[in-house]
Structure formats: C-alpha cells, structure tokens
Design a protein around this ligand. Structure first.
Ligand code: HSE
Length: 438
C-alpha cells in the first residue's frame, strides 16, 4: 500500500520536543505501517542549539532559524512546543499564515488567546490540534469531541496537574513537606519551567478552560474560573482530613446545569472515590454525560514521552485530515453569551473542612458553634485530639453539611475576632463527587 509522506517542522527542543523528535525518528516505520502516514522530521528549531538532549538528531536538522520552517512549503505541519504566551503566539500565527496546520501542547496560550488563534486558523483554512495541552498522554480532548459527542456533559472533575498530584501524593503517603515534594517533582521533569504555574493552580485552570470550552460548547475566559493553589497546604491538614476519611487532591471542576461553575482548588474527596486513588504524576478526569453516565480517563499527565504520545497522535490526525474536520466542527458559544451563565464562587454550595488552632480552655467550642450557627452552618463532623491544658493551643477540625460559600466566608471572618482562636482558620472544600453505581 502507498504511503503519504508528511514533513514536520518542530519548534521547541525541550523535554516534550525531545520526546516528539524521538518518537518520530524511532517509530516512523511502525506509525507508517499502522496509519499509512510516514512522518518525516524536516527541521527542529530552538534558540539553544548546543545543550545536550536525550535524543540525537540527524546532522543539519537543528537550527535557530525559524524561517527554515516558515519558508519551506514542503513542511505541512508546524509543531509549537515553546510554551508560554509570548513568542509562541507569534510562531503559531506565522505558521498558520504560511499555510501550515499547527499542533501544540501550549495550554497557557490556548487558554489566554485560543479564540484569536482559532480565528486565524479559520481565516487561513488551517487547523490547530491541541490534544497534548490537557492531561498529557490521556486522549481527553478526542474523547470529549468524538467518543462523547452524543452527550450533554453535565460535570467534570479532573486531576490535571501531575506536579501537584505528585506533591500531594508524597505529602500524604510519604509524610513529606511541601518543599521537599516539589523539588522531587521538578527533578522528575513534571513541573513547568516556572513551577508557580503548577502550584498556584493556574496550569490546571488553563486546562479547565480548554476542556470546559469543548465539553460545554462555549468560549471560556480564565476570568470565569475561580482558582486556589496548593502552595499553602500543610501536611497536618492532609493528616486530619485523612483521619476523617478524606484524601486531598487539587481538582479542576466544571459543572453545568442552568449555569456554569468553573473552579480549581484543593479538595477533600472521600477516600473511596476513584479519583482518591490517582497518585503520583498520574492524571484522571471523571466526566458525567447525559447518556453515558460516568466515564473516567486515567493516565500519565506529564513527562516527556506521555506528552509526546499526544503530540504525535495529533500530527497523525492532522495528516489524515481528521483534525481539519473536527476543527471545522468546533462551535463555541461566543463569550458575550457565555459570560452571563457563569456562576460566582460566592454562590457555590459545598461542604467544608475548617481547621482552627484554639486555646485549650472552657467555652471555646461554644463560641465557635455560635458563629457557625449564626450563619446557619450545620456541623457534620468534629475532630479534636486530647489537649494539654490552657497554656497550649490545639487544632479543632469541623466539617460542615452543604453550605453556601458566602456564609462560610462570613463565619471565617468572625472567627478571626475570637481571641481564643489563634491565627486564621484553614478552610478546604469537601467535594462529594457522584459515582455511578450498579
Ligand atoms: N506541569 C504540568 C503538570 C505538565 O505537572 O501536569 C503537563 O501539563
């Protein structure tokens, strides 16, 4: 059978770029046998042409000159793996204007400027494929767009940042401090160049913006997403939550009823939930569809080869023409129609974990109870270990029944005024994820 030869220009020869080059160079035969598409790496562009990489390129392929890619009409697909929202945007626009389809893993860029780039792609009759932008090697975007296209998606709960999941897993399972676990994640190559993007929850919000836009069929702005990171999490709270039956995860949550709720925050989830068992750098996303019920996607969400797997799958799909078709069919309700549907975090109804350090003396619990009662917050659980008398402070943990966020915010403010409560209370949402059961 004849083969279609497809020339590729790659921009960005970092961790993922090296993985993509390695996959194309080493697996071109098996990919051609399976798909009929023979991938040929025509050039690799990077400002750094000297540092050693985990893959050896044939001589002459590596260049710092982007024009070698842009001006070569035989290159049909441009892969942008530079990352960030600055120069990467210009590179994608240049590639589209030069008549190349674009494949990218750049979630930050799509979350910030997706609409503009999609418009440029349409104007140039090209497509952008971005499977690798969300959850690394997990085919979540094609899952949503193809496999679940018959469904009205009502909710998604995702662990979509491998770095944060690795950190929280190690803090939980190995009793590591935050900084120690972060250093390990960086060493393993999971973290972004700037790990603040990971631990602040921003990277997860970029992925949620992309996933929610596809799942709910509308343009999502990052301003629509409430974001809290894991940087302030202490291993004590992970332990106390564990004693009450919960595991802490950074969840990206999208829910759609009449309104759309989008949020990223540390979440205590029941230990029995499938997502609670997703550990290390693994990602997982539970999707709820009107016809299918619950579907869970699980796999490696970061790292060189898992992300390369998604990039190369997109390259193949672009070469086969599948991406052009699905890109044409991507219809998103415009921003001005979506904005009024977005729910404010203050309206959220959730359960909460509240931990206070209090003086070990008479009447403290009554004071706390009074403040919670005033806001009509019903206590669901209480945890207090044996104290050591009035000279010491001790932790008290209260979990609540479903309560409106604004009431909890008001109660936390009032708790600060009690001189028996030391410092600020820690407040973490408890997320009761529905599970399909037989
Ligand atoms: N820093 C990201 C993560 C890489 O940890 O998930 C993949 O997007």
């Amino acid at each position: 059978m004849s083969e279609q030869i497809v020339k590729i220009g790659l921009v960005g020869f970092g961790t993922v770029g090296s993985g993509v080059a390695k996959l194309i160079l080493e697996d071109a035969d098996s990919i051609a046998a399976k798909t009929g598409v023979r991938l040929e790496l025509a050039c690799v562009v990077d400002t750094d042409t000297k540092s050693p990489r985990p893959v050896k390129l044939p001589d002459g392929l590596l260049t710092s000159d982007l024009n070698r890619l842009i001006k070569d009409d035989s290159i049909k697909i441009g892969v942008e793996l530079v990352g960030g929202t600055g120069v990467a945007k210009q590179i994608q626009l240049q590639m589209l204007q030069a008549g190349k389809d674009v494949v990218t893993a750049n979630k930050a860029l799509l979350a910030h400027h997706g609409s503009e780039l999609y418009k440029a792609a349409r104007e140039n009759n090209r497509c952008i494929a971005f499977e690798a932008s969300c959850a690394g090697g997990i085919p979540i975007i094609s899952g949503l767009r193809t496999g679940l296209s018959a469904n009205n998606i009502t909710a998604m709960y995702g662990i979509v940042n491998g770095t944060c999941n690795y950190i929280l897993s190690n803090m939980t399972g190995k009793n590591e401090e935050f900084a120690e676990a972060l250093a390990q994640a960086q060493k393993k190559g999971y973290a972004e160049a700037d790990p603040i993007l990971d631990i602040s929850g921003k990277d997860s919000s970029h992925k949620l913006a992309i996933l929610a836009s596809i799942a709910f069929g509308c343009e999502i702005s990052l301003d629509d997403i409430y974001v809290e990171g894991i940087d302030g999490i202490s291993k004590d709270d992970i332990r106390y939550g564990g004693e009450m039956g919960y595991v802490l995860k950074l969840l990206a949550i999208g829910q759609k009823n009449n309104r759309i709720s989008l949020r990223v925050h540390p979440s205590f989830i029941p230990r029995e939930n499938l997502l609670a068992r997703v550990n290390g750098s693994f990602n997982a996303i539970s999707i709820f569809g009107s016809a299918v019920g619950q579907v869970m996607f699980y796999g490696r969400g970061a790292g060189m080869m898992p992300t390369a797997s998604a990039v190369v799958a997109d390259i193949i799909d672009v070469a086969l023409g599948n991406s052009a078709t699905s890109f044409r069919q991507l219809r998103l309700k415009p921003r001005n129609e979506t904005a009024p549907l977005i729910d404010k975090i203050s309206n959220l109804v959730s359960r909460f974990y509240i931990r206070m350090m209090v003086r070990d003396q008479a009447g403290v619990f009554a004071q706390i109870g009074k403040i919670l009662a005033h806001e009509e917050i019903s206590i669901s659980g209480i945890l207090q270990h044996e104290g050591r008398g009035p000279a010491n402070s001790i932790p008290i943990v209260v979990t609540t029944h479903p309560t409106q966020q604004s009431r909890v915010t008001a109660a936390l403010k009032d708790l600060q005024f009690l001189d028996t409560v030391c410092g600020k209370a820690v407040c973490i949402r408890i997320v009761d994820i529905p599970e399909d059961k037989d």
